[in-house]
Write a protein that binds this ligand. Sequence first.
Ligand code: LMR
Length: 364
Amino acid sequence: MEPEHLILLQKILVVLFCVALFWKIIKYMCGLLNIEKDPVTVLVTGQIGYALVPMIARGAMLGPDQPVILHMLDIEPAAEALKGVKMELIDAAFPLLRDVVATTDAVEACKGVNIAVMVGGFPRKEGMERKDVMSKNVSIYKAQASALEKHAAPDCKVLVVANPANTNALILKEFAPSIPEKNITCLTRLDHNRALGQISEKLNVHVSEVKNVIIWGNHFSTQYPDVNHATVKATNGGEKPVRELVANDNWLNTEFITTVQQRGAAIIKARKLSSALSAASAACDHIRDWVLGTPKGTWVSMGVYSDGSYGVQPGLIFSFPVTCEKGQWSIVQGLKIDEFSRGKMDATAKELVEEKSLAYSCLN
Ligand code: LMR
């Protein structure tokens, strides 16, 4: 290397070192002065909010140093119960909780919201057709989307949990056109976590040692839980493929898939109520990884707007493997898809196309 190049390199290194040092000093001083982050406003709609709001207020969603303001929205008949939840939140004296708004007014609820977790929706009741449920949800999501569109913060991130989650997210996108489509997602992390749980039970390893399962498609019984790229941490620090460790393709291609697909129904049967604790925890995981990033070498499943990756029709909200960085998700590209997986992915996409046309027929 020429001497002048060496001097230039030395100068660059000195400047970089000074910048890093300066940044560390600023962070240290902020710590000393106890300068805390601005609070983030999180909206939670609907009833499993009861399981979700304490997790948010404890920092499980946005981190242990992130103050939050909670907005809770519910329907008129639940107004009294909502007041009770607000009282409990105050009584819990959560250090990160800066304010609580409990309301039945969508406009008040959506004001200045940075993160919206849409848990409220109309559940299917006995004797109701799919189209009846869809048309109820279309009107709920139309009203809430318009309020978010007008009153939420411009960079608001939305997570739809209420079923049919993928299609409700699509309706919301339709009525909140100024929210970027990359900011509207639906929850399939619950299914992703269920798949991790099943593998961990089967192999008798800790769940944190299993990674990179994938949920493709709909958060519904056609979803495809895929372990073809999943691994388990090995004792030597490396990773071993789940398929090799389970060594039972028949189980992985049948019972494992149906167990994950039917887990929500099994919980409803056992509890006489749908999952709340695991759904709330998955909602926290989904937002935390989206905002704070996925660990290096790990992906998660999120229902996101399809750009045509893996041959999935663009314009569906479809669950893909994603990595997140600096508040943005990206679909993991280049994974090999075998014939069995292709068939399952096409089947769940077909169901979403049908749901989408049903939803649009309700809109019309
Ligand atoms: C779940 O997966 O637990 C729920 O989506 C099931 C349901 O229908 O509420």
